[in-house]
Design a protein around this ligand. Structure first.
Ligand SMILES: [Zn+2]
Ligand SMILES: [Zn+2]
Length: 406
């Protein structure tokens, strides 16, 4: 068992390059052979440190976990809200939470939407469920034509606070969108499969294809939130969602291969940057969430192969202090998550890289044969007076070859 991180060598290389001018040696002064060797080494390092979607097949016993969102409810360019994508060597794929803005990171993976239709929600805060509608409808538009979106999530203190109610209301909210696409997209992709389970009971909520997912309660703000543990082929991934440090997490996450636990920003950062006072920082940072020191305690008690901290603003000028706080209580393997971090997990190794993907991906568009075969209801849609307002007017709104008149 070994833990590998690419950073030290990379930092060392950068340091050497910075040192050269001080010694009167400039990169341009090296001869051609040395230059080519350095270039080759830099290229090899770049490929070693980065994950390029669609260029690797997972081994039969390998798990890949990708951070699609590592931030908080306040949106920012550098970090989407919470979302983690897990791919298994047997072909299965799972989302754990879909925080706002995380779907644009998912698009970089170019995973066919048909294969990414299982979502496990930890709770219904917007920074964990805000992009669910995006995956549901935009995912339908972008290629999930045959599969419903399957969603698992906890009940609440009352039926209105549960996942089922949330999803049923979401269907009502997006009624215009769904109806407007009738006959233009296969109907199956607009369906939602709702799997609500009792938040208060630790239990297996998913067991298919040798994959087991257990949900267990998490103390966070009020009743309802859960954490998840996925087990497959002797590997385990545990995701806290939002939680205060909890004995339930400690019981369920012992010895996990990858343990992704929330860490809330330090009180000093909350005071200086969020404008909070001591009382707020203490209450929200320690009672509703997990402080870096408490997260370290959880990691120390559970001893994962790799501990991952997420859910704080991970910046060049905050990471060191957060890391030092975690380190005050935990000295095992640790990563502080950023969007686009990729973890490949096998029994022998945990490899950590950064995603390099295109920001200009094209997702699948419906094919002509499929489009032409769809059942359409005639005479619904646009009123004649609105059709008359079109500068280039079609003969009809039906799908028939037509002349456009002005
Ligand atoms: Zn929350
Ligand atoms: Zn949250």
């Amino acid at each position: 068992m070994k833990f590998r991180t690419a950073m030290p060598r990379r930092a060392a290389t950068a340091f050497v390059w910075m040192l050269l001018p001080a010694l009167g040696l400039f990169p341009g002064a090296v001869d051609a052979a040395q230059g080519a060797a350095a270039e080759g080494a830099a290229e090899a390092e770049f490929f070693r440190n980065h994950y390029f979607p669609n260029t690797e097949v997972l081994a039969g016993n390998e798990m890949r976990v990708i951070a699609l969102g590592t931030g908080m409810p306040g949106l920012r360019k550098s970090q989407a809200s919470s979302s983690w994508f897990v791919e298994l060597g047997n072909g299965d794929k799972f989302f754990f939470d879909l925080g706002t803005a995380s779907q644009s990171n998912f698009a970089m993976l170019q995973v066919p939407l048909e294969q990414a239709n299982k979502v496990f929600l930890s709770h219904l805060h917007i920074d964990h469920a805000g992009d669910l509608d995006a995956l549901w409808i935009a995912g339908w538009v972008a290629g999930r034509y045959e599969q419903p979106l399957r969603v698992w999530g906890p009940s609440g203190l009352t039926p209105e606070l549960g996942t089922r109610h949330f999803l049923e209301m979401m269907q009502k909210t997006w009624r215009w969108d769904i109806v407007s696409r009738h006959g233009k997209l296969p109907a199956a992709g607009a369906e939602l499969e709702i799997n609500e389970f009792d938040y208060a009971k630790a239990q297996t909520v998913y067991a298919e294809n040798d994959v087991k997912i257990v949900a267990f309660p998490a103390p966070h703000v009020m009743d309802g939130p859960v954490s998840y543990k996925l087990e497959w082929s002797g590997l385990s991934f545990v995701y806290s969602g939002d939680t205060a440090a909890s004995t339930l997490y400690v019981e369920n996450a012992k010895g996990a291969d990858l343990s992704v636990h929330e860490i809330f920003p330090l009180p000093a950062h909350l005071r200086e940057r969020f404008g909070w006072n001591d009382q707020m920082a203490d209450f929200i940072g320690n009672v509703m969430h997990t402080s870096p020191e408490a997260a370290g305690e959880v990691f120390a008690l559970t001893k994962p192969r790799l501990a991952v901290g997420t859910h704080f603003y991970n910046d060049f000028d905050t990471a060191q202090e957060v890391q030092a706080a975690v380190r005050s209580t935990y000295d095992g393997p640790l990563a502080l998550a950023r969007d686009g971090m990729v973890f490949n997990v096998t029994k022998e190794d945990i490899r950590m890289r950064m995603l390099v993907g295109s920001e200009h991906t094209y997702l699948q568009a419906i094919q002509a044969e499929q489009f032409l075969e769809l059942e359409r209801k005639p005479g619904t849609g646009l009123s004649d007076w609105l059709r008359d307002s079109m500068l280039f007017k079609p003969d009809s709104m039906e799908l028939v070859p037509q002349e456009l008149s002005r």
